[in-house]
Design a protein. Structure first.
Length: 343
């Protein structure tokens, strides 16, 4: 998007530059073309130049190049002495331009247009060119603002993805025993600080490997290959699960052993994050009980939420009651559930 806007901006700058250039040179172009047209005007031969000159004089209400007396020094005067073409007349009739060059200027002005077409055309072109330049400049300013905003969003998203792990879990996972060393476990693209416990069964770790069944409420346009649920766990920064429109959306996990969930880690896409969310759990997907609510921020970086429950469950449902997206869509790049296995 940024590069498309930049290309359009460059083309508009070129157009404005050409407009400024022609604004200063348009007078010469008009004068030379009108002078040549009047020299080649021949009322006996109904060719294109005659029709063009007549149309210009009628449309712009003008006569001649600089003024109506230009016709006295043109070939037209040889056949029509002291006359101008009928297209110069204010009320055009056959022969209405005859002998008007013999009249004083103020009297001739009652019958014909005495202003030259050069000034009439230049004034119109000059005024319109100013409007074109002003409109083009306004659009260029808006595009510059859009490019700045786009660059800011791109940089912000890059910075968010560089946050360590992307976030480190807080004291909720730390052992109350200060003598036990802290240990870092790396789950794909999510780094979490946990406590090494003496009993291996009580160690907090990712429960995704024992999740034998994962179900989502919807997939955007049913495009599973592009936006399916598996992309939340593939460790790729560029892939994600996208839900379809509508609220609520949810993710359901079934585990092949009983587990205790301690922490939930989610990386949303900003603008498509859950706002009001809740967890439900139980031994069966048909008998789920409310565990707790949580409220994510509308940001790109990974967020972690402590789960205050000691209940042993085999099914966990993450429900996104509302979304920061107007249409209720949810986009998740990374998802992990940490806890202990109750074997």
């Amino acid at each position: 998007f940024f590069f498309i806007m930049f290309a359009i901006f460059v083309m508009e700058i070129a157009a404005v530059a050409l407009g400024v250039f022609f604004k200063s040179n348009i007078s010469d172009f008009i004068g030379k073309d009108l002078e040549n047209a009047i020299k080649n005007y021949d009322s006996h031969n109904d060719h294109g130049i005659d029709r063009i000159v007549d149309k210009i004089q009628e449309l712009f209400r003008c006569c001649g190049n600089h003024n109506y007396t230009d016709w006295s020094s043109s070939p037209f005067d040889h056949d029509h002495p002291a006359s101008v073409p009928d297209s110069c007349c204010k009320n055009r009739t056959a022969g209405c331009g005859n002998d008007v060059l013999d009249l004083p200027t103020n009297e001739a002005g009652e019958y014909i247009y005495i202003e030259g077409c050069h000034d009439a055309i230049f004034n119109v072109a000059h005024d319109d060119m100013g409007i074109i330049i002003a409109v083009g400049g306004s659009f260029a300013a808006i595009q510059i603002l859009c490019m700045i905003c786009t660059a800011f969003i791109m940089c912000r998203r890059s910075d968010d993805r560089l946050i360590s792990g992307y976030d480190i879990l807080g004291d909720a996972l730390r052992s109350p025993n200060k003598d036990r060393a802290n240990k870092v476990i790396f789950i794909p693209q999510i780094s979490c600080t946990i406590c090494e416990m003496d009993d291996a069964k009580n160690q907090h770790t990712s429960l995704i490997p024992v999740a034998h069944r994962i179900k989502v409420s919807s997939v955007l346009n049913r495009a599973i290959k592009e936006y399916g649920k598996n992309f939340m766990f593939d460790g790729n920064d560029e892939t994600c699960w996208n839900s379809d429109q509508g609220s609520p959306q949810y993710i359901m996990m079934g585990f092949n052993v009983k587990v205790k969930v301690s922490t939930l880690a989610i990386q949303f896409q900003g603008g498509f994050a859950g706002k009001e969310c809740k967890l439900e759990g139980g031994l069966d997907s048909k008998q789920l009980r409310h565990i707790q609510e949580f409220y994510p921020k509308d940001i790109n970086s990974c967020q972690t939420f402590s789960v205050n429950s000691d209940e042993e469950i085999e099914c966990l449902k993450i429900i996104f009651t509302s979304s920061s997206d107007f249409f209720g869509r949810i986009t998740i790049y990374k998802l992990d559930v940490l806890g202990t296995r109750c074997e």
